[in-house]
Design a protein around this ligand. Structure first.
Ligand code: GAP
Length: 513
């Protein structure tokens, strides 16, 4: 774990050094849990969004997109339940004055039991070698059984406390399990309190009577309030979906782990409207579709898992997360929720407008049920960067940091490098740039030795480097270097488009879904 933390620190430093992610307003010492994306970060982010948007709206011809405003009428948030129920249980340590989410502290306790079990299994696997029967060991080893029983007892108590919204019981668990503050090392805890996560501001001048409004904590409500607009103007028939990408804001209590938990972040959400009673079928469908979307990136199938929710949100009758193995353990990247008719029904009630759908096949009107897929752009970004980051020792004792980014998402697809800054090579390299730049994000670099330039491109994950040398002037050929294998081949300039396109095309990624 300590080694993983070390790698994570290096990844954060790398993100800054190579123009992926900067702390917000850094010249003023930054703003907690707010980040800016740099020149490479924004390209990667845009590519992730393009992959999601095309997968959702082009591969599913019954899904269309919108772009709703961040500001919404304040009653939206009353209807959605966020004013009353969008809370986190927080607890303070009186000595360190640090604030924690009580549920997160207890989840960390649960993870400790899981770690103990996995360590026993790993040790035994090493001891017994090929004869090891893992399933039998898990069932019978006394230490594994004891830890599992303790974990399950804690899990049951925790889930009940969450479902009953029993804040005293959450505190009691923290006391009973002798949780200590990682900063002060003491158990001097306050009571657990609820804390609303929405940011409020005012719209209009005070003279006109300013109105308190919220920065949206999820993009989904912009879709719900536009359900009828899209259904009518797009002549949409159920089942159909509405997709949206946009910023969301939450005043997170525990703002840690870099861009994993931010106060301003971006979501890619889709609400899929279905007939009441058919929601579980579609819940399954979208779970599988979304998992395929993640796995198609090739970061490693074993890095993903589903995690069903212990506590269902106020609007859901089923919910699961797609978790990714981050450097700090398996964590949620995407949520898939069966939201029933809660949101549309509630907006109907609060607005007094009829938000029903007339189903011509059934010849009846109803409030549709909704399956939601909700993924964070920033968490996806982090998962991809974490999986891509690699420190390699090369033959001859040399080393390099390389980002094995999926080529289709890489910020820069190709770097064009004249071998030397003279003899007409820069001019020829510019010609090649002008050829490629209409199809691919290409960069030109003539500074430093060719080796240094390759390392710079490796560090930002550029899949191809094209080198222009003296032979190029004679026969219109160049060398093309592949990032992961570092293999170089001599090809005709006229072949470059085909070679690069073959690896970086979004179309071939979409075809895997
Ligand atoms: N509309 C449903 C909804 O918002 P959620 O599970 O609260 O559900 C969905 O959020 C996704 O948004 C999460 O899986 C995560 O990727 C992302 N997300 C949520 N809070 C975030 C935060 N503070 N920072 C970064 N991403 C966040």
């Amino acid at each position: 774990m300590a080694q993983q933390e070390e790698v994570f620190k290096k990844l954060i430093a790398h993100c800054k050094e190579y123009g992926f992610v900067f702390p917000s307003s850094e010249i003023y010492d930054g703003l907690a849990a707010v980040y800016d994306y740099g020149q490479n970060g924004v390209e990667l982010k845009n590519n992730i969004k393009r992959y999601w948007w095309d997968a959702m709206t082009m591969l599913n011809d019954n899904v269309v997109g919108i772009d709703a405003a961040i500001f919404m009428h304040p009653t939206t948030w009353k209807a959605s339940g966020h004013v009353d129920a969008f809370n986190d249980p927080l607890i303070d340590n009186r000595d360190s004055k640090k604030r924690y989410r009580a549920d997160v502290l207890i989840e960390e306790l649960l993870a400790k039991f899981d770690d103990k079990i996995e360590k026993e299994v790993e040790k035994a696997a090493k001891r017994f070698g090929e004869t090891f029967d893992e399933a039998l060991f898990r069932q019978t080893n006394p230490r594994v059984v004891e830890n599992r029983e303790k974990r399950d007892a804690l899990h049951a108590r925790f889930t009940k406390a969450l479902n009953d919204s029993n804040l005293d019981e959450l505190k009691q668990i923290i006391v009973d399990y002798e949780v200590v503050c990682p900063i002060s090392g003491t158990k001097n805890w306050t009571d657990v309190r609820q804390f609303n996560l929405m940011f409020a501001t005012e719209i209009g001048s005070t003279a006109d009577g300013a109105m308190k409004i919220y920065l949206r904590p999820e993009t989904a409500q912009g879709i719900f309030v536009n359900f009828l607009n899209v259904q009518k103007t797009g002549r949409m028939k159920i089942p159909f979906g509405i997709a949206q990408i946009g910023k969301a804001f939450r005043n997170e209590i525990v703002a840690r782990q870099f861009i994993f938990r931010m106060r301003e972040f971006e979501q890619m959400e889709m609400q899929f409207f279905v007939r009441p009673g058919e929601e579980m079928k579609w819940f399954e469908y979208w779970k599988q579709f979304r998992l395929r979307w993640h796995k198609a990136l090739g970061l490693g199938d074993h890095k993903y898992r589903f995690h069903d929710h212990d506590k269902l949100a106020h609007y859901a009758n089923a919910a699961t997360d797609i978790e990714f193995e981050m450097p700090f353990g398996f964590k949620e990247v995407e949520g898939i929720h069966s939201r029933t008719d809660f949101d549309l029904g509630s907006h109907e009630k609060y607005s007094g407008k009829n938000i029903k759908y007339f189903d011509p096949e059934l010849n009846e009107s109803y409030v549709p049920y909704v399956i939601e897929t909700s993924i964070g752009v920033d968490r996806t970004f982090l998962s991809i960067m974490a999986a891509a980051y690699d420190e390699q020792t090369l033959e001859g004792g040399d080393s390099r940091v390389v980002l094995h980014l999926p080529a289709v998402l890489a910020p820069v697809k190709v770097a064009v490098l004249p071998l030397v800054k003279k003899d007409g090579l820069p001019e020829k390299a510019r010609e090649v740039m002008n050829l490629l730049k209409f199809d691919f994000k290409a960069v030109y670099d003539e500074k430093d030795s060719i080796g240094k330039r390759y390392r710079r491109q490796d560090a930002v994950g550029t899949p191809f480097c094209v080198t222009i040398d003296h032979e190029t002037l004679e026969n219109e050929t160049v060398t093309i270097r592949h990032r992961d294998s570092m293999q170089q081949e001599r090809v005709k300039i006229s072949e470059l488009y085909g070679i690069i396109e073959n690896e970086v095309s979004l179309k071939s990624l979409l075809k895997k879904l």
